[in-house]
Ligand binder design. Structure first.
Ligand SMILES: [Zn+2]
Length: 115
């Protein structure tokens, strides 16, 4: 799946996101702040693996979220248990984000119409 297709699928299954012309507009999963990205290119957001692939996270859309590049970077910097946090802290943080993703979940209404 291309980056744009993956981004589109994640936005379609997150009820904070709506299509506005060429953009998807919604909320960053990590900070809850407004985020918008180009539906064709994904520019403006980064794809977050809530549970990192290196820690057993999968490509399941429930494990994927759209976040600000800065939030994605900060999550890696602050929460990576190889750096300063314990594995328990990391797991608790990941559990909170996974719960938020499910709270926002909506069933996939299908691909966006092409423009
Ligand atoms: Zn953010």
């Amino acid at each position: 799946m291309s980056t744009a297709e993956t981004f589109d699928r994640v936005a379609r299954t997150d009820r904070t996101f709506e299509r506005r012309g060429a953009l998807w507009v919604g909320k960053c999963l990590i900070c809850n702040g407004p985020i918008a990205f180009d539906a064709r290119t994904g520019e403006g957001a980064t794809l977050e693996h809530i549970r990192a692939r290196s820690r057993g996270g999968t490509e399941d859309p429930r494990n994927l979220a759209l976040v600000h590049a800065s939030c994605n970077h900060e999550k890696g910097r602050r929460w990576d248990p190889r750096r300063r946090r314990s594995a328990e802290d990391y797991d608790a943080f990941v559990a909170r984000l996974l719960a938020r993703r499910l709270d926002r979940w909506r069933d996939d209404p299908g691909p966006s119409p092409r423009r």
